[in-house]
Design a protein around this ligand. Structure first.
Ligand code: GDP
Ligand code: IMO
Ligand code: MG
Length: 419
């Protein structure tokens, strides 16, 4: 994801999966909501890799992921109803970390204490779980099979209860805790692997692997708009640490972006449209969170932010999503730089981005104002859309080889080949 998440990663992973043997999710947790649409049905995945619907493809939840047994179980049960044999095609790294009910409590307590400065977390317990991971307190998937699991769980829970006391926050996890224990029992029935050995064996065996990231580059804990970020490395480098794969094994890096921009939760968003134009974008793009249902903030495409994300990720293939959402506009704006508070211009994201207000500098392009439905070839696209694409390419210095024109897996315009 090259923006603030929800670019359409789920759809693209699903579309690319037939060309791969393995789909491996490398970071994040149930804060993610990856949508796939086919045969008129919409599926939203949170923890399970987006390759799960394709026959004969193996899926791995990598060590970089944080897993909540409750959401995981609900997801598996929903997939089972759709006729997917999750147990057969999914393995989980023993080193992935567990989200405890008290991690969610800590997330909620921390957010409540921040008042207006809140991050707008999905409240899935992501931050506190990664804090326990880096703080060397966490519980991992492999631990659920140890005889001392319950005592370790109790010790960590007590630590959390002690921590919550510093906030003025009431909670009761009795019901959730039982549900969590039942879900852990359910989890024990899944294939657990030493993910890093498993991945490297597959690489040696010549298997083709697609690593699936969650969130977006501007939510990366190091490179995002800190502190309004998530708690993991959402960028390509995260695939190495989140799966146990060496950098030399990384091949193509697919960078996915929307033809405009959205953000859900708080934090800087220079091109945000807080007017009727933004509202039309939100309605046309159905921009409501896949995980929380919150309305997403909408705005024009931001090239400085996109170029930054491409640089950090080393993108080799650009994929533009939701071009159809711009069908309704007569004029389309593209942010090519920022005006700083002192009047100077820049095309880089300033360090102070969360503390100052930068003013976007826009180029104006003509809209295509027609439906893209049924278009499958690049030369069928309206001239104004190909001009829009050419304009972006001239700034991004990389061709956009894939244009998505609708939520369905069939709604794609491919120029050349991707994988
Ligand atoms: P992800 O988190 O990156 O997988 O993205 P989400 O699933 O959270 O959000 C993307 C939304 O856009 C989903 O509702 C998709 O079904 C939808 N979508 C994906 N591609 C397109 C597209 O080309 N056009 C339109 N209109 N919707 C799309
Ligand atoms: P996918 O994978 C969009 C945002 C939250 C919040 C911030 C921190 O679907 O693209 P967290 O729950 O991690 O503590 O939230 O990050 N956020 C996302 N926004 N898409 C996501 O995932 C997101 N995951 C987290 O809204 O602002
Ligand atoms: Mg999403």
């Amino acid at each position: 994801g090259l923006q603030w998440g929800d670019e359409g990663k789920g759809k693209i992973v699903d579309v690319l999966t037939p060309q791969y043997d393995i789909i491996a999710r490398f970071q994040g947790g149930p804060n993610a909501g990856h949508t796939l649409e086919f045969e008129g049905i919409k599926h939203v995945l949170h923890t399970i890799p987006s390759g799960i619907f394709r026959e004969g493809v193996l899926n791995l939840i990598g060590n970089g992921v944080v897993l909540d047994p409750i959401t995981f179980r609900m997801e598996c049960e929903r997939l089972k109803e759709s006729g997917v044999d999750v147990k057969k095609n999914l393995s989980i790294s023993r080193k992935a970390h567990l989200i405890l009910p008290t991690h969610r409590v800590l997330d909620a307590a921390s957010e409540a204490s921040k008042g207006a400065g809140k991050i707008g977390s999905t409240l899935k317990g992501i931050g506190p779980t990664y804090m326990d991971k880096t703080g060397r307190n966490g519980l991992r998937i492999g631990d659920v099979l140890l005889p001392e699991f319950m005592s370790r769980y109790e010790a960590l829970k007590q630590k959390h209860i002690h921590l919550v006391k510093q906030y003025d926050f009431e909670f009761d996890i009795t019901a959730q805790e039982q549900e969590w224990m039942d879900a852990v029992e359910y989890l024990r029935g899944f294939t657990m692997v030493d993910g890093e050995y498993w991945m490297n064996e597959q690489i040696l065996a010549g298997k083709k692997i697609l690593a699936e990231g969650a969130q977006g580059s501007l939510l990366d804990v190091d490179f995002g708009t800190y502190p309004f970020v998530t708690s993991s490395n959402t960028t390509a480098a995260g695939a190495c640490t989140g799966l146990g794969v060496a950098p030399k094994n990384i091949g193509e890096v697919f960078g996915i972006f929307k033809a405009y921009a959205t953000r859900v939760g708080s934090g800087p968003f220079p091109t945000e449209l807080e007017d009727e134009v933004g509202e039309r974008m939100r309605q046309e793009g159905r921009e409501f969170g896949s995980t929380t249902g919150r309305p997403r903030r909408c705005g024009w495409i931001d090239l400085p932010a996109l170029k930054y994300a491409m640089m950090i990720n080393g993108v080799t293939q650009l994929i533009m999503m939701k071009a159809d959402v711009l069908n309704i506009f007569e004029e389309i704006l593209v942010c090519t730089g920022y005006e700083m508070p002192d009047g100077s211009l820049t095309d880089q994201i300033p360090f102070e981005i969360t503390d100052i207000k930068v003013k976007p500098v826009y180029a104006s392009l003509k809209g295509w104002h027609c439906s893209l439905e049924g278009m499958r070839n690049f030369d069928q696209l309206p001239a104004e859309l190909t001009a829009y694409i050419a304009f972006l390419e001239s700034h991004l210095n990389l061709p956009i080889n894939f244009i998505s024109t609708g939520p369905d897996r069939e709604a794609c315009v491919l120029r050349g080949s991707l994988a």
